[in-house]
Design a protein. Sequence first.
Length: 149
Amino acid sequence: MKSAVVIRPWQQGDFELLAAAAPRLSERTLWLRFWGAVPTLPAAYLRSTAERWPCWWDAVAALDGSDLVGWAEYGRYPKEPRAADAAVCVVDDEQGHGIGRALLASLIERARGAGLVSVHADIAPFNDRARAGWEYVTGGTARTLPLAS
């Protein structure tokens, strides 16, 4: 990971930073993150995450100076609030430098600290970097990670 990149918990102003980072996300990156044809970061996604933060949705941010270059997030399941779905996204020009792995590791610790008992990640079978990052950080191929300490 680049030494200038800082990983920290999500803050209120990060929603604006995320919107500003949208042009650095290709359609392919957005498709891999949102599992569909998405030409730009969906306004509904930005709105819903802001409404659910910090109780039902939380994240960690990767910053290079004042620029958001990635984020890892979890969203609690409404019927099982101690479990959550996790996702990671890194802007295209910063992919392949370990930022996603650092974000995922930080997110897992944040989720554990928030009292979650498990996180789950849906990763496309052809998303080699995401699969490798998950396996590196979690130590396995199972897509649901127990967080009991």
